[in-house]
Write a protein that binds this ligand. Sequence first.
Ligand SMILES: Cc1cc2nc3c(=O)[nH]c(=O)nc-3n(C[C@H](O)[C@H](O)[C@H](O)COP(=O)(O)OP(=O)(O)OC[C@H]3O[C@@H](n4cnc5c(N)ncnc54)[C@H](O)[C@@H]3O)c2cc1C
Length: 398
Amino acid sequence: MQKDIIIIGGGIVGLATALQLQKDRPQLKILVLEKENEVGKHQTGNNSGVIHSGLYYKPGSLKARNCINGYTMLVAFCAENNIPFELCGKIVVATDDKEIPLLNNLYERGKQNGLQNLKKLTAPELKEYEPHVAGLQGIFVPQTGIVDYKVVAEKYAELIRRNGGEIALGEKVVSIQFQSQEAAVTTDHGVHHAKLVVNCAGLYSDKIARLTSSNIDVKIIPFRGEYYKLKKEKESLVKNLIYPVPDPNFPFLGVHFTRMMRGGVEAGPNAVLAFSREGYHKSDIKLGELAESLAWPGFQKVAFKYWKTGLGEMYRSFSKAAFTKALQKLLPEIQESDLEEGGAGVRAQACDRTGGLVDDFMIVEEKQAINVCNAPSPAATSSLSIGQTVAGLVLKRF
Ligand SMILES: Cc1cc2nc3c(=O)[nH]c(=O)nc-3n(C[C@H](O)[C@H](O)[C@H](O)COP(=O)(O)OP(=O)(O)OC[C@H]3O[C@@H](n4cnc5c(N)ncnc54)[C@H](O)[C@@H]3O)c2cc1C
């Protein structure tokens, strides 16, 4: 049957887009195509589960606007739909003199982004929030929270279906042909027709985008983030969330301690090049995908510029002792024996040809397609707002 809109990708961004479109224009016929047999299996189901406040992002950027707007929308959505969440707050901790100016910049940025009641903390004050932490100074961010994004995505999917939308699981999009008034989207199960295609394919968003346009000049570079879990008897070392001061050259926030909504405390994620786009283990290698990453001129420039940091991340990935040492900067008491293997997630990070890891969310419009080409963290927090933004672009054409 002819649809109005086909959304490729049943992660939190694709589902939020479908939900927002239904809200704005209930009569639209929407189909979500997801290659896995469940929604939210990839980035959405393998992340830190943090509801970000908007502390880090450049004022005025899509990330800042969508995170702040999305935060409010997500919190309201969870409250309305009885999804467990907690606004427990977090601390960001400087452990080195060099980090103090960066910490102050973060504080100012948070204020520019409209965050209320941010609090600068001295070393003794840090301990009032997290008794086992060691640091020189810090910031308390009261807005930050935790949630299980897989549960959120499942609720989006339930509502989409209840509103009459269709979600086809286990259907992988393999090609797209555009005719004058419609797109023919071919999956490994058949062909679907729609007036417009929205690409929210996460780790494969660049590949899907290339099916819709010859002008896509970014490549998704997959960065695996590995986690350890604190052993049950050591969970009391962490009350809520403890973050380092992030390196401003990188789009990642650094290894942190996170109390999870589903229980337990995780430490991570690091950031190492994944040898396949959905490579959750070191041994997951797809030679074609690895070769593509290595051959991309932009990635070669990133690797050349940041080889030292990259090697350090690789070393910590293979050495639990080195990973523990990094964690001890925040929590000196933690020992290697307190940690057991946790899971891993793979970030879809767009990299342009000239060597820039694309920092902001990126949406590329074509005549019959809208491509969400970069939706890294905090896209889970921001999902409803990104959905609203994309839905706005879609509805201009209907
Ligand atoms: C380690 C890690 C930690 C993170 N921590 C946080 C956090 O604490 N807070 C936060 O806000 N964000 C966090 N993020 C970011 C957040 O998880 C992502 O930005 C968000 O989940 C992106 O959602 P998505 O829908 O774009 O991608 P995904 O969830 O990856 O969904 C894309 C979907 O597209 C499907 N797909 C791909 N190709 C095809 C195809 N050809 N046909 C059909 N379907 C296809 C995939 O199967 C997948 O289900 C983290 C991410 C990672 C990896």
